[in-house]
Structures are given as C-alpha cells and as structure tokens.
Write a protein of this length. Sequence first.
Length: 317
Amino acid sequence: MSELGDLLRKSREQRGYSLEDVQEMTKIRKRYLEAIESGDYKMLPGNFYVRAFVKNYAESVGLDSEEVLRLYAKEIPSASPEPMEEQPMLQKRRSSSARSGDRISKWGFRLLMWSFLILIAVVVYVYAIDRQNGAGNETADNGPSMTDEARPPDVTDNKGNTAKPGAGADAGTNGNQAETQTQLEPTPAPEPIRPATALTFVEAVNSTTDKFAINTAGVHKYEITVADGQQSWIEVRQNNSKGQKFHFKTETGPFTVSYDIEGTVWLNIGATPYVEVKIDGALLDDGDKTRRRFIIEPPAAGAADQGAAAATSAGAG
C-alpha cells in the first residue's frame, strides 16, 4: 500500500465512511477507490484521471486536496501526452465542422430574410387596421349623444333644491343590498391550535441508528446547522436510507440548511458534536458518538386526529 493510499484510507475510516459511502459522494467506482488506496494506479482508466480521482477522494474525507497533491506529487503519475496520430482525425473533424457551419449560415440567412419580410407584412397590416378603427371612432364622435338627449330634466322643488331623477331609488337599492350582504356573511370558524412539536426517544435500532417519535403529523421544518470551522457529512432522505434525497454532501461551517418535509425522515450526520438538528425548533438529542443516524417517525393517523381534536378543544375552552 502506498503512503498516499494509506493516508486516504485512514482519513476515511476516522470519519466512519465505507468505500460505498465515498463512491456515493464522489461518483468514482469502488474498484478505482480500492486501486488508489493500494497504489495500483494501472487499474485506473488513464493517468489523466489519477489526479482528479485523488483530489475528489481527499475532499470527500475532509483533507486539503491541493496540499495532498503537492505532498505526493512524485507518487502520482503524470498525465501522458496525447499521440500525434490523432491530428489528421482532428483536421478532418474541423473541416467537416466548417462545412456544417457553412450550411447552417446559408439556412440562417434565408430564415432571416423570410422573417424580415413577414415582419414588414405584419407592420403594414397593423397600420391598416389602426387607420380603419380611427376613421370609425371619428364618425361616432361626430354623431349626437343619445345619452344626454334622453336624460330626463332635473326636478326643482319649492325650496330651490335640485334633485336628480332616480337618486332616491338608487339609494334605497344600495341600502337593501348592504343589509342583505351583512346578514349573509358567515361567522369564521376558529382555527385549530397545533400543539408544540416534541421528540420522544423510541429505541436504538442498532449501534449507530436511533429512532425518535414526533408528536404531531403534517409538514415539519428540519433545520441543520454545522458549527463554524467544522466539517460534517449531511444526508437527509424520505422514509429510509434508500428514499428520496433532500441533501447528500459534506458541508463546512458556518452552514445552515432547512427542509419542510412530511412523513418519516432518515438522517445521517457524520460529525454530530459539531452539528445541531432542530425540528420545528425542538432540538434533537444526537448523543456523544461521532457518527449517528436517526429515524424520525410521525404519529399514526388515528393518534394524530386525537391530538388535533384535543388541541382544538383546549383552545375553545
């Protein structure tokens, strides 16, 4: 085993990562990771990929990738120059690309010309329609106003006050409508009171996984914070370790992320001493171990309905 491979393996084991975990984080195949740890770089697809794979591996286990590449530059094979025989093929591809570009430019010029002609036709059509509408509006303005002529004269009483016809009827109608609208407005129902979120330890599924129960159903806000200057793997999934991914990467503090999730949630925290997890503001007790996994389960449907009914009754009382 090479010194570089031994360093990467020890860093991985200190963080509690398996080769499968590193494969998920870096998207590098497991057999290539094993080859890097053993120093067998011939197993990799080419010398060009060695530096990139080593850099990604180092970053995933919390090492300074640039420093690792500098310290172990002699051990890492350099990328071999590409053979000169490929130059004719490149020239053929370039000439083919040039011919394709000429054809595209010809079609582009034709398309541009047709677009310009269509644009001119549309402008002429819109101008003609506007002139026709303007002539019609001018004729209508010159005609007599039937509204003013048909309006009945104002009525003047003995005291000199002028009243407009129909004003009393309009006022009466508006008053009846306002009264009817007031009578038909329903009384708003009281909103149900949701109890405060609380977490209860249920059981230890295994040496690294704990199960907690949450007292309320529905959507909950999961807020995860990494301390300043610290690093930790953060993984958030729906239901279990194979469920839908919400978060899947190593984060460096200060860092905070939150998700609104409904149903069972599976958490995988790489360095719990430096990470704080809150659910609707309630702090999750993550214990003293470095790496922990958590299963957060909501209550069953019947229990959730009973809790909501009790909260509503308490609010009404």
